[in-house]
Ligand binder design. Structure first.
Ligand code: CMC
Length: 432
């Protein structure tokens, strides 16, 4: 919980009155004015489009230090977790608040296995989607459908372990099935013999006609990539999950909304956009200068995708790790991707450009992930699905935290009304 700083109170002077606002301070020294009583006290709201200066909740799950380029999950640096943990351990950490013991990890893995299949009736849904359906559309629709197959999610006392593992396990199965559907291949069922990430790779790339051996190097890379996405404070999709959850909607409905928010190109959809941008540069003869010039041109809506971040004003620590993983995957699969060379040239030129330096725009997590996923064999439209798979434990943990938060109320921002003060009604036959 945050502390009310004893010495500090902010004062707001308005209409000849002074209103005292308590100053809260969190464990990282970040301060926030407590404005909860502002409307009652002074009949004034605060205006903050995009919530850049608004603290919407108290959370103990992850901490992003945008100035130092540090990311912590429950106090652990993300670098330590990617080096030493599996994604399942990190998921447990986020949801339960502590890393699992052997016994806890085994129980969690057993539950993940038990809930890995999807209901036979849900499998028939896949047949009805058009061949070119984006897997994010399929994923979100399937996730909200889970609530009709497992209605016990509406019960307040449902075991969070069951709901969480069901969702974690099934999202992976749904993701792989939606890919198989898109390429017209039969689905591969999950196997109890394989770990979480090995299972996912097997469901994605195994086929009835060609044996597929899961490569431990790629399994490790998959674990690391998912860990890097596992949580990230009150980002757009997480805030969406919380907003929807605040109305009392169930976990599956809330996560479905989070998936839809993630899909946007300014958020998780950026990883797909980066590859499309790099491929565009390659098609046009490999000039990165034009992409940079377009991104700087305020009359052009194009941005440098995979660059910039609301919180990071220095290197995104996740981007540095992904760059390293990229190289490891490429060495393993013996691939050389010309897009990697273009990406590195683009990064170097953008970082040396005053436009990006002045605005503190650095590569973010999405800049190199697409190249890593491509080298592993994932098609471009699956990239954001992989982000969703990684972010899922964070969404679950945040949803759960919201439910337990004594300060939580339904999310309901105010607005400044700019419409007409009065419109005169005319019956339909008198309207111009
Ligand atoms: N290319 C060119 N200019 C940029 C970019 C960019 N990628 N990002 C920000 N700017 C400029 C922006 O035009 C503005 O300039 P000015 O001050 O002259 O008006 C300034 O930098 C501040 O930008 P902003 O739009 O106020 O920043 P924001 O915090 O609202 O947006 C962002 C953050 C991530 C949406 C934005 O940087 C962006 O659009 N980046 C490209 C998309 C992207 O890579 N998204 C993935 C984010 S990381 C993964 C995730 O969490 O989803």
């Amino acid at each position: 919980m945050t502390n009310e700083t004893k010495s500090q109170t902010a004062e707001l002077r308005l209409d000849g009155r002074t209103i005292a606002l308590p100053v809260l301070e969190d464990n990282a020294g970040c301060r926030a004015l407590d404005i909860r009583g502002l409307w009652k006290e002074a009949q004034v709201y605060t205006y903050d489009p995009g919530f850049g200066c608004t603290v919407s909740c108290q959370s103990a799950i992850s901490h992003v230090d945008g100035e130092k380029g540090r990311l912590l999950y429950r106090g652990y640096p993300v670098e330590v977790l990617t080096e030493h943990c599996t994604f399942v351990e990190v998921a447990y950490l986020l949801i339960h608040g502590a890393l699992p013991t052997h016994a806890q990890a085994e129980r969690f893995s057993a539950l993940l296995n038990r809930h890995s299949m999807i209901h036979e009736d849900m499998r028939t849904f896949f047949r009805r989607y058009p061949e070119r359906a984006h897997p994010m559309a399929v994923l979100s629709a399937m996730v909200v459908s889970l609530s009709s197959f497992y209605p016990e999610v509406e019960q307040a006392d449902e075991d969070i372990d069951i709901a969480a593992t069901r969702l974690l396990s099934k999202l992976r199965t749904i993701a792989a099935f939606s890919y198989k559907k898109s390429i017209g291949e039969p689905i591969i069922q999950p196997s109890y013999k394989l770990s979480y990430c090995a299972n996912f790779l097997n469901m994605m790339f195994n086929s009835p006609v060609e044996d597929y051996t899961v490569d431990p190097v790629l399994v490790r890379a998959m674990n690391q990539l998912l860990i890097l996405h596992a949580d990230h404070g009150q980002n757009c999709s997480t805030s969406t999950v919380r907003m929807v959850g605040s109305s009392g909607a169930n976990l599956y409905a809330s996560v479905c909304a989070g998936i839809c928010a993630l899909w946007g190109p300014l958020h998780g959809g950026a990883n797909q956009e980066v590859i499309e941008m790099l491929s565009g540069i390659q098609r046009e003869g490999g000039s990165v200068d034009q992409a940079i010039a377009q991104a700087k041109d305020k009359t052009n809506p194009r941005r440098l995708m995979g660059f910039g971040h609301r919180i990071y004003k220095t290197f995104d620590p996740r981007a540095a790790i992904v760059k390293k993983i990229c190289r490891e995957i490429m060495t393993r699969v013996g691939a050389k991707d010309p897009l990697l060379d273009i990406a590195m040239e683009l990064e170097a030129k953008a970082l040396a450009d005053p436009y990006f330096a002045e605005r503190k725009l650095y590569p973010n997590v999405d800049f190199y992930t697409g190249i890593a996923y491509r080298a592993m064999g994932f098609p471009t439209d699956m990239f954001t699905v992989l982000f969703a798979l990684g972010r899922l434990p964070g969404w679950i943990a945040q949803w759960q935290e919201l439910k337990r938060d004594p300060h939580q109320r339904i999310g309901r921002p105010q607005q400044l009304y700019t419409g007409p003060a009065h419109s005169t009604f005319r019956p339909i036959d008198q309207r111009a």
